[in-house]
Design a protein around this ligand. Structure first.
Ligand code: IVH
Length: 702
């Protein structure tokens, strides 16, 4: 028996075994989706599991168990938040996938209500927002509680977090707003906000979300509401829970009231009077899907008359009076002919499936993403396999999996490269400092020389907080890069010389003239003198922002000392590497990234050429080399009472000392305040001099 066996062909014991397997699988995915905000399979695959479960249950009703997935919604609330019991359960929706499912939905309503043929059934149609549902309880016009759906009966109390969402009114002052009213709807994140958030998360090496829904869920379920406040969440109202009184007799009427009371209601909501109208509106919404700016995954139809909704009631986990008409995930199968590696502008290596061209939803597809190295292994995809691909909305098609029965004997396992195909540099997977997990993405380390990353790196190199070359913005860099004038940072500094020898002068280019050309050369010359901190920052080393640039510059003093140390730090067992990791504010991730950057001979060559031939890299502003602690490596530990840690560090650095985060043989002095523990112990063991904070001030005569 396989999971593709027709339901009619199953024996009762096979059906029982498969239901058990499906229950376990669905509950696993429920947990991943609702509990951890991190789904492992696309929604369409999840829906297929549920559909299969429902079909088997329909054929073998005696096998339906009390805790069947068909009777459950979502996952039990997490322990993190207080629990809230919903006064009216928060249910889910049944799905329709085809036009005939929609006809059947309406026919069933007619049958159930025994409506005469000439009686019109009004039905609202509105987008199904792909976010997470929330119930907002208002008492006397004031928002008193916000709860997630949880398992439908009991959700999580996320009131503090929801209060930070500007779409959600804190107070409703309308005279006709009932004393008790629970507004229900969806919290979501727009595409624009989602990509901005991910960009920012990536910059600080934080969690990058797979899609806006996960980002919204992850942001809402933060224990610290100030984090939620900083995440741009939005809200659409579309339903209600416990209410003292309803402001209308129809779905549309209540939505209008919600709108009047200040709740956002989706503008694409329509009242329809026939299946044809529903389907036409469905199509129109589907056409607008890519440009809405937020994710939707279908259209929800609801019977308009509330008295009819009441009579229709519910069947297990969903109402009879509503259905979700899901967008077809456009899928097809084809042969995987090869795998190419694409290098993104941040150096990420993405495996791209080269496919035998196939039409998916009216579009010919010959490439699809395989996401990353681990996905290829997890899905056990080999070259020669027949694979299922999916095109959803306007996103890049993706490979979902392979068909095991169609695997040819000579299918080849793919070996993911460990060097960058664009430049040959090492490509590495980082370890996330917080989670200890290896990053899913392999990245090229050849930042300065990799053609796939060059332009972006060059733009960073000249940007405001780096070299800040006036008149040389993104557009100019792009133009010069495209014309082969500037390929690498050194080229910026030879531009004038090459221009003098060239027949095609800068001043003769379109949009340029004598003045702008000589201004640019002057601006470049002005920046030949640069602080070591800016210089380090400008190299665009992963995880090295301005602060880290400054920290490194402070710790190493001159460009040559820095370069020598980095050359020595290639060996992770070396003292040079230990020194690097030990610098306060550096840590393993940054140290690794810096060492990897300089391990790449091409990068080192560029940096040496810049420092040796073109620049005058300056040590950080005057440090007091005559001070009693100059040249020492100092560790501050325990509670300091006369200054903060940052002040202590800045002061020591000003006095020419290096501040380290941990005690080693190289430590010269430990300043220990009350409560000092293991560092003090280590210092005593190693015989390192230990002084108090007061002694410190005496010693430096401050
Ligand atoms: S009505 C009792 N309307 O879809 C019916 N749900 O798959 C309550 N959803 O739990 C739901 N957009 O989280 C409704 N316009 C919409 C919706 C919507 C998204 C979500 C909601 C619900 C899930 C059901």
């Amino acid at each position: 028996m396989g999971k593709d066996t027709k339901v009619e062909a199953l024996t009762a014991s096979q059906a029982a075994a498969e239901l058990k397997r499906l229950a376990a699988e669905i509950s696993h995915h429920d947990k991943a989706y609702h509990g951890e905000d991190e789904p492992e399979i696309p929604d369409s695959e999840y829906d297929a599991l549920r559909r299969r479960n429902d079909e088997i249950e329909a054929a073998f009703p005696e096998l339906v168990v009390e805790d069947s997935p068909s009777k459950r919604v979502g996952a039990a609330p997490s322990e993190k938040f207080g629990k809230v019991r919903h006064a009216v359960s928060m249910l889910s929706l049944g799905n329709a996938f085809t036009a005939s499912d929609v006809h059947e939905f309406v026919a069933r309503i007619r049958r159930f209500l025994k409506l005469p043929d000439d009686e019109l059934v009004e039905i609202t149609a509105e987008p199904k927002i792909d976010g997470l549902s929330i119930s907002l309880r208002y008492e006397n016009g004031k928002l008193v509680q916000a709860a997630t759906r949880g398992d439908g009966q009991e959700g999580e109390n996320v009131t503090r977090n929801v209060e930070t969402i500007s779409d959600v009114p804190h107070r409703v002052n309308a005279a006709d707003f009932p004393e008790v009213f629970e507004v229900r709807g969806e919290i979501y994140m727009s595409h624009e906000d989602f990509s901005r958030l991910n960009q920012a998360q990536d910059d600080v090496n934080g969690k990058v979300f797979a899609n806006p829904r996960n980002a919204a869920a992850g942001s809402l379920r933060q224990l610290d509401s100030s984090i939620t406040a900083a995440r741009p969440l939005r809200f659409f109202a579309y339903a209600w829970g416990q209410v003292e009184r309803l402001p209308g007799e129809t779905q549309r009427g209540v939505l209008d009231a919600l709108c009047r009371w200040g709740f956002p209601v989706n503008p694409l909501t329509r009242l329809c009077t026939s299946v044809d109208q529903l389907l036409a509106h469905y199509q129109s919404i589907e056409q607008q899907r890519a440009t809405l700016g937020y994710d939707i995954d279908g259209v929800v139809y609801k019977v308009n008359r509330l008295d009819w909704q009441e009579r229709l009631g519910f069947v297990s986990r969903s109402p009879r009076w509503a259905v979700a008409h899901k967008f077809a995930a456009e899928q097809a199968t084809t042969v995987l002919e090869g795998i190419d590696i694409q290098v993104g502008r941040t150096g990420a290596l993405t495996p791209v499936a080269r496919l035998k061209p196939v039409t998916v939803g009216g579009v010919v597809v010959s490439n699809a993403t395989l996401h990353n190295e681990d996905e290829i292994v997890r899905k056990d995809i080999r070259i020669g396999d027949t694979v299922t691909i999916q095109r959803a909305g306007d996103v890049i098609p993706q490979v979902l999996g392979h068909l095991p029965d169609k695997r040819p004997v000579d299918a080849v396992e793919y070996k993911f490269p460990t060097t960058c195909p664009a430049c040959g540099s090492h490509a590495v997977r980082e370890v996330n400092e917080k989670t200890g997990k290896v990053d899913a993405v392999r990245r090229c380390t050849g930042g300065l020389i990799c053609p796939a990353q060059r332009v972006e790196r060059l733009k960073h190199f000249v940007s405001r907080n780096a070299f800040d070359i006036e008149g040389m913005g993104d557009k100019v860099i792009q133009e010069f890069y495209d014309d082969g004038l500037i390929q690498s940072p050194q080229d910026i500094f030879t531009l004038q010389l090459r221009d003098q020898r060239s027949l095609k002068k800068l001043r003769d280019r379109e949009g340029w003239g004598g003045t702008s050309a000589s201004n640019l050369f002057a601006a470049i010359d002005e920046r030949r003198k640069i602080g070591l901190d800016r210089f380090i920052y400008s190299l665009g080393i992963r995880h090295v922002g301005e602060t880290t640039g400054r920290t490194l510059a402070r710790s190493y003093g001159t460009a040559n000392q820095f370069l020598d140390a980095m050359a020595a730090a290639q060996d992770h067992a070396s003292e040079a590497y230990a020194d690097l990791v030990n610098i306060d504010g550096i840590g393993d991730v940054v140290a690794r990234a810096v060492a990897e950057f300089f391990a790449e001979p091409h990068n080192l060559a560029v940096v040496k050429e810049l420092v040796g031939d073109h620049l005058d890299v300056q040590a950080l502003e005057a440090v007091d080399s005559g001070s009693p602690v100059s040249g020492m490596t100092i560790v501050f530990t325990g509670a300091l009472e006369r200054m903060t840690r940052d002040e202590a560090k800045a002061m020591a650095e000003r006095l020419g000392a290096k501040v380290a985060g941990s005690v080693s043989k190289k430590t010269d002095l430990v300043v220990a305040g009350p409560g000092a523990g293991s560092k003090l112990k280590k210092a005593t063991e190693l015989g390192v001099e230990v002084i108090s904070e007061d002694d410190w001030f005496v010693r430096v005569e401050a």
